[in-house]
Write a protein that binds this ligand. Structure first.
Ligand code: AQP
Length: 330
């Protein structure tokens, strides 16, 4: 079976619709065909300041959400990044292979750092995609299921794998990005030209918030001029985004939704989507609470995952260290 690897940050506590439709839904599906490794990337989370107690809690909340969304720890390896020290270790090696200018071209860093003053931007935010490369390469992943915003980071990962292999001999598999086109980028409900992102909270739908609040956000989503419910990403980005979400949550095609709403207005679409979303998140929220009611059991699941992940990660790191010329401990 080919390997899949992906990660999600525990920074916000709740996942949002973009995280789910852009990434985690594919993680669940790939369990059928792949030997999958999924991690809560807490090392990445500290690239911006975190409160220790909140970080610890949000790490469990993230794991609980993954389980509630359908990640099966008996089929996939579910773990916390900091439990596997090889991530940080290979991360250092990858930093030494990355050009300063190359790292500086990462658009996510440019966007995120532009929102803060220079003194608040840590070096970790700059080297974030390099650690991400290590996350992926440690597991010799064939496919990396992510949203469109990660495409550039995946290119860097591929470049670093090739560079290492050229310099030291074939060690890493060069991974392929796995992006599902229809849901690759879910847009902000208040600004449907920008990606839905927890950094800009106004138009974000969170899976763990009160669904009444989500339904209200959906009802007040910015839509477009005109009143026909048709998919037109350039001309009607707001309505198109709602149709994408609706279609992804129900499995109905965009064409059949257009037909169903012909003669109706944006208001009907938004009201119904609020209901569709509520139906989806209500049982999910119950499951998350159940997992969180038994943190001891949850921690055991994560410990088992870390043990399995380490077996693979340690083997890869050992080979990389040898190739580099590090003296093996006697
Ligand atoms: N809007 C989105 N559409 C599709 N996919 C998305 N992802 C994130 N936003 C969207 C995908 O979710 C996965 C986890 O991403 P992450 O852990 O990097 O989450 P994040 O970046 O913290 O989420 P945000 O909201 O995007 O955070 P900020 O505002 O910090 O950038 C990834 O596969 C990502 O592609």
């Amino acid at each position: 079976r080919p390997r899949a690897l992906s990660g999600i940050q525990p920074t916000a506590g709740s996942f949002h619709l973009g995280n789910y439709l852009g990434a985690v839904r594919q993680w669940v599906a790939l369990q059928e065909t792949h030997d999958a490794f999924y991690c809560v990337v807490d090392l990445h989370a500290i690239t911006v300041e975190q409160d220790p107690k909140t970080l610890r809690q949000n790490t469990r909340v993230s794991a609980a959400q993954l389980l509630a969304l359908g990640i099966d720890p008996d089929r996939s390896t579910l773990f916390v990044q900091s439990h596997v020290p090889e991530h940080a270790q290979l991360g250092w090696v990858m930093q030494c292979l990355t050009g300063f200018g190359e790292a500086g071209r990462m658009t996510q860093f440019k966007d995120k750092s532009a929102r803060q003053t220079a003194d608040h931007v840590g070096v970790g935010l700059f080297t974030y995609p390099i650690l991400q490369a290590a996350d992926i390469l440690l597991y010799q992943a064939h496919h990396v299921p992510v949203g469109e915003d990660q495409r550039q980071h995946l290119e860097l990962t591929r470049d670093l794998a090739q560079r290492f292999n050229t310099r030291y001999g074939k060690t890493f598999r060069v991974p392929e990005v796995y992006i599902v086109k229809d849901t690759a980028k879910i847009y902000d409900l208040q600004d449907p030209t920008a990606k839905m992102s927890k950094s800009v909270p106004a138009g974000v739908v969170e899976l763990l918030e009160d669904p009444k609040r989500s339904a209200k956000k959906i009802r007040s989503a910015v839509t477009d001029t005109g009143r026909e419910v048709v998919f037109d990403a350039a001309g009607k980005p707001g309505v198109s985004n709602l149709l994408t979400i609706y279609s992804a949550l129900t499995g109905e095609s965009i064409a059949s939704l257009e037909a169903a709403y012909s003669g109706k207005g944006y208001g009907d679409l938004k009201k119904d989507l609020g209901e569709v979303f509520t139906e989806f998140v209500t049982p999910f929220q119950v499951k998350v609470r159940e997992y969180l009611d038994d943190p001891g059991e949850l921690d055991k699941v994560l410990a088992r995952g870390a043990e399995r992940a380490r077996e693979v990660a340690a083997g890869t790191l050992r080979r990389a260290y040898e190739r580099i010329g590090f003296l093996a401990p006697a």
